[in-house]
Design a protein around this ligand. Structure first.
Ligand code: UDP
Ligand code: MG
Length: 318
């Protein structure tokens, strides 16, 4: 029987130190526990400025099963992961960060679950190495996300997961930009199961993500899976409108029947500032959705590939 192929997609940005470790760990895994499977490695380089591309090319030059793609600039993490998934050809596709915070040994468990018939096997971190404040923020975010969408998006789960070929085929044809992959994967459904694991420290280098990246990803997440913020705006607007009518009736009644002079400069200033503030927030929320429609309507590629090795087609864009 022909061996089934598993693709390991490794998105990299300035991972000159980690990438060789990542590749050799994956190879060790496929020489041992996963020896029954054919291996494909898809490296997507987000225009690294260190020696990462030279290393990726060197690996690809000596190994036909390593495909390497270098983008013309940094197109962001989610786009890189998406591009890797789209170019992978395996029967199952696994995303693995180069820093090995998500240990490759867990892939064995992913594959076992896949063999049991699951289409999506996603890693869930038992412990999260983040500051207390960040942990609270993450928690609140997931609570909100679940409340605001009808999707049960798993908490403490990143992009470390295995996808069956048929899920990848559907995913890679979804047209939306501003990706929030874990939301999309949950949205797609099929048979999904978690695998719990402990995260390791980074093998080398530093994290490329800052608080601002997490915030952008959070907004992408909410706008990708939920229309609730737009509805909340309408509800708040309606409530304020009703209150203002009641307040108006109250004042007019006072002036007509009880000769109470209409006054309250301070009240006016406070109300005005509050309403203006709310208005700006609302316009901002609408703008977030609008900007995503704008991005989708332009239909630009998610990434532009400048160089590639071992790909069938050396110059193409997704
Ligand atoms: N990465 C990427 N493009 C970027 C930033 C990061 O492809 O613009 C890669 C990075 O090389 C790593 C993975 O994405 O393999 C996760 O990044 P990192 O470990 O810095 O994020 P963290 O795990 O700290 O959230
Ligand atoms: Mg990392």
């Amino acid at each position: 029987m022909e061996r089934r192929m598993i693709s390991i997609c490794i998105p990299v940005y300035n991972e000159a130190e980690s990438l060789p470790v990542a590749i050799s760990s994956v190879e060790a895994l496929f020489a041992d526990k996963l020896a029954g499977y054919e291996l494909e490695i898809v490296i997507t380089d987000n225009a690294s400025t260190d020696g990462t591309w030279a290393i990726a090319s060197a690996f690809a030059a000596t190994r036909p099963y390593v495909k390497a793609f270098r983008f013309s600039r940094n197109f962001g993490y989610q786009n890189s992961v998406f591009a890797g998934l789209s170019m992978a050809t395996g029967d199952a596709v696994v995303e693995l960060d180069a820093d090995l915070e998500d240990p490759p040994r867990v892939i064995t468990e992913f594959v076992e679950r896949w063999e049991q018939g699951f289409d999506v096997v996603y890693g869930v971190r038992r412990k999260r190495h983040a500051s207390f404040l960040m942990r609270i923020l993450f928690r609140l975010f997931y609570k909100f996300l679940r409340l605001a969408s009808s999707l049960d998006i798993p908490e403490n789960s990143g992009d470390f997961r295995l996808l069956d070929r048929r899920v990848v085929n559907i995913l890679k044809n979804l047209p939306e930009r501003n990706l929030y992959l874990r939301g999309l994967v949950t949205y797609l459904g099929f048979r999904q199961t978690p695998v719990y694991y402990d995260r390791d420290p980074r093998v080398a280098g530093r994290s490329k993500f800052s608080l601002i990246h997490y915030m952008i990803l959070a907004i992408d997440g909410v706008t990708a899976v939920s229309k609730t913020p737009l509805r909340v705006i309408a509800v708040i607007g309606f409530v304020i409108f009703c209150l203002s009518i009641l307040l108006g009736i109250y004042y007019v009644r006072g002036a007509l029947f009880y000769k109470v002079p209409i006054q309250g400069f301070t009240t006016l200033v406070v109300l005005m500032l509050m309403l203006h503030g709310l208005n700006f927030i609302f316009v901002g929320v609408i703008g977030e959705y609008l900007s995503r429609i704008f991005d989708d309507s332009k239909g630009r590629p998610r990434v532009v590939i400048a160089e590639s090795i071992n790909a069938d087609n050396s110059r193409r864009s997704l």
